[in-house]
Design a protein around this ligand. Structure first.
Ligand SMILES: C[S@@+](CC[C@H](N)C(=O)[O-])C[C@H]1O[C@@H](n2cnc3c(N)ncnc32)[C@H](O)[C@@H]1O
Length: 319
């Protein structure tokens, strides 16, 4: 059987850890890369042309662009399974037969259940986030857009701790085009000790990023300040900086806790911290980090989101 996985990011890594061992994957497909991933070759999309494809699993979030490309290469749409989509996954996939036989009934049923997002009306005039260019998490991005509108008149820089390939940083930079954007990441994956026990797919996928790639995604890269290295050491010398908005997205407990301790006192009144994965059962350390912080420092005013990975918006009411 010829089974291909489009993408070499964390969704592909998770698939290999949980449902499809790398030995069963003929090759990964990626536009920007050659080499190998999880011991399997990485080929460019053009190399699929003329190949027999029994199942092509698309892990990339830009599913509209990918669809155009794959159909252009003559791939049978009934052989494609999209794992992510802008809105509901059932809008995307035409046929689940090949996927059911390779990945099993349970996998497909779970996919159908978990990727069911409610369509919401478009409600800002500018509509920066809509349509094919958007990431799969509509609620997360539209909430960010609305929060950024609320920041008018509130001073402070923007920061993201946990940038990976820059998918969310791109929107921070685009919605707040006049603010400095600090980007904190090792840009080479998790601290091995902290991430002990996590799957190889998860770990390898997060190693595959590059500062150049992140800067290339930003509409205003001149505003970005890269802080490469392990946090909180990577914040040394920035103690006097103040923030209007912080995205905290590091997946694991100790780093999440360090991020809360370092950033919350430096967010101005009226500002926000977005704690990504707070309600994500796959990453329970994030919730534990918040519980620990609140036990020590008191309950924080916050609003939970019904986005894909359960973000908590923490509102800073006083300094
Ligand atoms: C889930 S990814 C971030 C995804 C990104 N925010 C997005 O929405 O596309 C988590 C990132 O956190 C980074 N990270 C985790 N702990 C860190 C730490 N202590 N210092 C620096 N980076 C860390 C990892 O390297 C990884 O790139």
């Amino acid at each position: 059987m010829n089974i291909y996985v489009y993408g070499t990011g964390c969704v592909a890594g998770d698939l290999a850890d949980t449902a499809l061992p790398p030995e069963r994957i003929t090759a990964f497909v990626d536009r920007s890369d050659g080499g190998s991933f999880l011991g399997r070759p990485v080929i460019r999309p053009e190399a699929l042309s003329g190949q027999r494809v029994d199942l092509l699993i698309v892990s990339s979030r830009a599913s509209y662009e990918t669809e155009r490309e794959l159909l252009g290469l003559g791939i049978d749409p009934d052989r494609i399974l999209y794992l992510k989509n802008h809105c509901s996954i059932t809008d995307r996939n035409r046929n689940y037969e090949a996927a059911r036989s390779v990945l099993g009934e349970r996998f497909v049923d779970r996919l159908l259940g978990s990727e069911r997002l409610i369509r919401v009306p478009l409600w800002t005039e500018t509509e920066a986030v809509s349509g094919p260019g958007a990431d799969s998490d509509y609620v997360r991005l539209k909430t960010l857009e609305a929060l950024c509108l609320r920041l008018q008149g509130i001073p402070g820089a923007v920061a993201e701790l946990g940038v990976y390939r820059g998918a969310f940083a791109r929107w921070l930079n685009s919605f707040l085009p006049e603010r400095r954007l600090y980007l904190f990441d090792t840009f080479s994956g998790f601290d091995e000790t902290e991430a002990k026990g996590y799957g190889e797919g998860f770990l390898s996928a997060h190693r595959r990023t590059a500062i150049r790639q992140v800067l290339g995604l930003l509409p205003h890269p001149e505003l970005a300040v890269i802080r490469e290295g392990l946090f909180p050491e990577s914040a040394a010398g920035m103690e006097d900086e103040r923030f209007a908005l912080v995205s905290l997205d590091v997946d694991l407990e100790e780093s999440s806790y360090a991020g809360l301790c370092w950033f919350l006192p430096r967010i101005v009144a009226g500002g926000f911290l977005l704690l990504h994965d707070w309600n994500n059962p796959k990453l329970p350390g994030v919730k534990r980090a918040l519980d620990r912080y609140e036990r020590e420092s008191g309950r924080l005013p916050s609003v939970p989101l019904c986005d894909v990975n359960g973000t908590l918006v923490i509102c800073k009411t006083e300094v």
